[in-house]
Design a protein around this ligand. Structure first.
Ligand SMILES: Nc1nc2c(ncn2[C@@H]2O[C@H](COP(=O)(O)OP(=O)(O)OP(=O)(O)O)[C@@H](O)[C@H]2O)c(=O)[nH]1
Length: 295
């Protein structure tokens, strides 16, 4: 992935539009860059001449997944952990604009490509992110049914501090409470709206988007400020599947993306012979507790 992160600076200008990938996943031409586009057109059910990501990574069906959440909760680290199995330790460098990575998973005998978009959590990039929620592929390639389904994984942090620089990050539950307070106000008649990110998703994503809530950074036991039960309660309140993750240890990272891939595949393919996949049940059953995986 071309690094779109830059050291955090106050008053830094927004991203140069030309440097950003297009909302349909294409990028400005760069030598050696595999880019999704017409030439990478997949063909639905498995066939011998399946499209490739390059390097022999063939796939049958492709979906778009977006990672959203406040700055510093660990979106980029989660993606890097999933894609490369590594943890980006060291100084926190905030994402500028947006970028994506592709990964092909084997889901029940089918090759599912996830195109995962890593968004910037900082407020000043919000307008850039908005453009990427909508399925731009539908606009450009209306017959590409396989892009129709998308997922958003909303991240919060279960820890209060970024362990690398001691900076405060907004923990999951606090983000929600803060938002509710802001909207309700002391004498406001406006009915409370969900957490800011969920509101965004409602406003900008497809109405039937697959959603999952993740509480990241569960490895830092001393820093933990959100209890697992509180995360679960919150998710229940909004009817979302919830999982605690750690980009540092890898806890539940593959599982979370696999769960989303399974759900997306089911919604698109509807294979009658396959038992119905239930995302909520799957994450509850398969998700591991943080206590078993401290570093
Ligand atoms: N202990 C611990 N630290 C983490 C974890 N995930 C991320 N971090 C740290 O948290 C900081 C922020 O991580 P990023 O992945 O850059 O955060 P982000 O959400 O992409 O932030 P923006 O790009 O600003 O939106 C970095 O210093 C990471 O090393 C985790 O699971 N555990």
């Amino acid at each position: 992935m071309s690094r779109k992160k830059t050291p955090k600076r106050k008053g830094a200008s927004g991203p140069a539009a030309s440097a950003l990938p297009a909302a349909d996943g294409s990028r400005p031409a760069r030598p050696g860059t595999a880019r999704p586009g017409p030439q990478a057109r997949p063909n639905g059910p498995p066939q011998p001449g399946r499209p490739s990501l390059g390097g022999g990574d063939f796939y049958d069906v492709a979906f778009k997944v977006m990672l959203v959440g406040d700055s510093g909760v660990g979106k980029t680290c989660l993606l890097v952990r999933f894609k490369d199995g590594a943890f980006l330790a060291g100084t926190f460098i905030s994402t500028v604009g947006i970028d994506f990575r592709n990964k092909v998973l084997d889901v029940d005998g089918m090759k599912v490509k996830l195109q995962i978009w890593d968004t910037a959590g900082q407020e000043r990039f919000r307008s850039v992110t908005h453009a990427y929620y909508r399925d731009a592929h539908g606009q450009w390639f209306p017959s590409w049914w396989w892009w129709q389904k998308q997922a958003v994984m909303a991240l919060g942090s279960q820890g209060a501090k970024d362990p690398t620089d001691g900076r405060e990050t907004a923990p999951l539950v606090a983000q929600v409470e803060c938002e509710l307070k802001g909207v309700r106000g002391p004498s406001s008649s406006v009915s409370p709206t969900p957490w800011a990110w969920l509101t965004e998703i409602q406003d900008y994503a497809q109405h039937d988007v697959v959603l999952m809530l993740l509480g990241n950074k569960v490895d830092s036991a001393q820093e933990r400020v959100v209890k697992r039960e509180d995360g679960e309660k919150l998710a229940k309140e909004y009817g979302l599947p919830f999982m605690e993750t750690s980009a540092k240890t890898g806890l539940n990272v593959d599982l979370a993306f696999t769960a989303v891939a399974k759900e997306l595949k089911q919604r698109s393919m509807k294979v009658p012979s396959e038992p119905r996949f239930r995302l909520h049940d799957y994450v509850k059953r398969e998700g591991r507790g943080a206590s078993c995986c401290r570093p």
